[in-house]
Design a protein around this ligand. Structure first.
Ligand SMILES: Cc1ncc(COP(=O)(O)O)c(C=O)c1O
Length: 467
């Protein structure tokens, strides 16, 4: 009983959730079971007040702790749902985009070009052209090839642009798995390497490019970082390139340290955990609570790094591109258990209406809490495999997850589903779910559930039947 009480208070504390007297999960003052019945499952549920408060708190904390200019740009890729971006925008956060679609969305949502930063290794000619036509604030250059391309388009259009160079500080954050820790390693798919002289070569080139102005550097060391001191260490690693850059006649006025800050109650599996899980079905059940991943710790670590890197020199404008730490903890995904397969001597399956094949891709490599919405006090008592609806064996949410006894028709919630769940979504023969925001007991539809007609709306054949 004591343990169950603890679980409830942990949930309330960690996720801003609540429960009815009978134990039904409540989010934003709305009963999760009622939401699932009204809108159908699966269903994304966004905690609007908490999302707004998180975005405001990030901005406020950075501005109060960093002694120079600060710009915060939300990484659209993390959760590109217009209704969610609008809440983040209303909190005063600008935009970071990496595709023509995201740029179109930012402009449509009312961001001015001066509030947008463009990133990524796939900047097409139309994307660069749209950037220039809309006087985008900064393009973060990914390669020498891209620098030449931007220069050509600037010359064709008679337009100028300011740029940062994305660089690989060859810094590997702690606790990440081998796949995702590669983002800022030497030789990664992204950016210019510090080793091998690519950055100095790009600076030499830019001297002859009259329409391109170098403003500084950008890096992104990974997503879901749990040790905020990693930012200080990564920034400190720029000492040599900062000196070399200044010696070749350039100032570093802007430093964009990307996104990546993790959240307290979910995290990536380490390489070992991922190996054990994928190879032997051993799901590590670690305590999901790391209170050190706070905005204050993050801001302190970044500020310390910049102050010690720049010493007596003028400190740069700091740009941040958070995604996960803003949206991640403020959304949950409701699933319904369609069938419980409980055969003697065999493992137990919960067949649910979403799995990694459709909606839960991050559960392939991240630890998330999964709770029983019908009664969050029901005690965890057995290991089950929660399977998705797809007809393929990898379509699981989790294998060997410790859960309470669940009956067919009951609902589950995957917590912290606000980062990279909607971005990864695929149909796999099922309509994509609705997205609803909740606040003070009210619910508001942000995106309708896909209909079968939507699913075939772009196909060009003629159907023989109207049904
Ligand atoms: C360049 C860049 N900036 C920002 C982000 C956002 O990262 P996160 O959602 O972990 O904060 C990403 C994510 O991959 C990225 O690649």
């Amino acid at each position: 009983m004591l343990r169950n009480k603890m679980i409830l208070s942990e949930l309330i504390k960690g996720w801003g959730l609540d429960a009815t007297n009978s134990g039904e999960l409540v989010i934003g003052g709305c009963n999760s079971i009622a939401l699932g019945n009204i809108y159908g499952t699966p269903l994304h549920v966004v905690n609007e007040a908490r999302l707004r408060a998180t975005a405001e708190s990030f901005l406020r904390t950075m501005k109060s702790k960093y002694p120079g200019e600060v710009s915060v740009h939300y990484a659209f890729k993390c959760n590109p749902v217009p209704g969610i971006i609008k809440i983040v925008k209303d909190a005063g956060i600008k935009a970071e985009v990496m595709s023509e679609y995201e740029l179109m969305l930012a402009l449509k949502l009312g961001y001015s070009g001066k509030d947008i930063i463009v990133n990524g290794p796939y900047k097409t000619d139309p994307l660069i052209t749209t950037c220039l036509k809309n006087n985008i604030r900064l393009i973060n250059v990914d390669s020498l090839f891209e620098l030449e391309k931007i220069n050509c388009i600037c010359n064709e259009l008679n337009k100028s642009v300011e740029v940062l160079f994305r660089i690989n500080p060859d810094f590997v954050p702690s606790g990440m798995n081998n796949g995702s820790e590669a983002a800022s390693r030497t030789g990664s798919a992204f950016g210019l390497d510090l080793k091998g002289g690519e950055v100095m070569c790009a600076l030499e080139k830019i001297k002859g490019m009259k329409r391109i102005r170098f403003r500084g550097f950008h890096f992104h060391i990974g997503s879901g970082i749990q040790d905020t001191d990693d930012y200080r260490k990564a920034i400190m690693g720029l000492k040599k390139i900062l000196n070399d850059t200044e010696n070749s006649g350039f100032n570093v006025d802007v430093l964009d340290i990307g996104g990546g800050l993790g959240v307290p109650n979910s995290c990536e599996m380490t390489t070992l955990e991922l190996l054990l899980y994928q190879a032997f079905d051993i799901l590590h059940s670690r305590k999901l609570s790391n209170n050190k991943v706070s905005f204050a710790h993050f801001a302190d670590s970044v500020t310390k790094g910049v102050l010690s890197l720049f010493g007596d020199k003028k400190i740069p404008e700091l740009i941040l591109e958070p995604g996960r730490c803003i949206t991640g903890p403020n959304q949950l995904l409701l699933l319904k258990v369609h069938q419980v397969k409980n055969r003697k001597g065999l493992k137990k399956w919960l067949i649910a209406d979403a799995g990694i094949g459709t909606l839960t891709m991050p559960t392939y490599y991240e630890h998330h809490e999964v709770v029983l919405c019908n009664n969050i006090r029901r005690k965890a008592s057995e290991k089950v495999t929660i399977n998705g609806p797809g007809c393929f064996s990898a379509d699981v949410v989790y294998r060997n997850k410790l859960m309470p006894k669940v009956a067919a028709g009951e609902m589950l919630a995957i917590l912290d589903s606000g980062a990279y769940f909607t971005s990864w979504e695929s149909s796999f023969g099922f309509p994509r779910p609705a997205i609803v925001s909740v606040i003070n007991g009210q619910h508001n539809l942000l995106r309708k559930r896909e209909s079968f007609d939507h699913m075939i709306s772009l196909d060009t054949i003629e159907y023989l039947s109207q049904t």
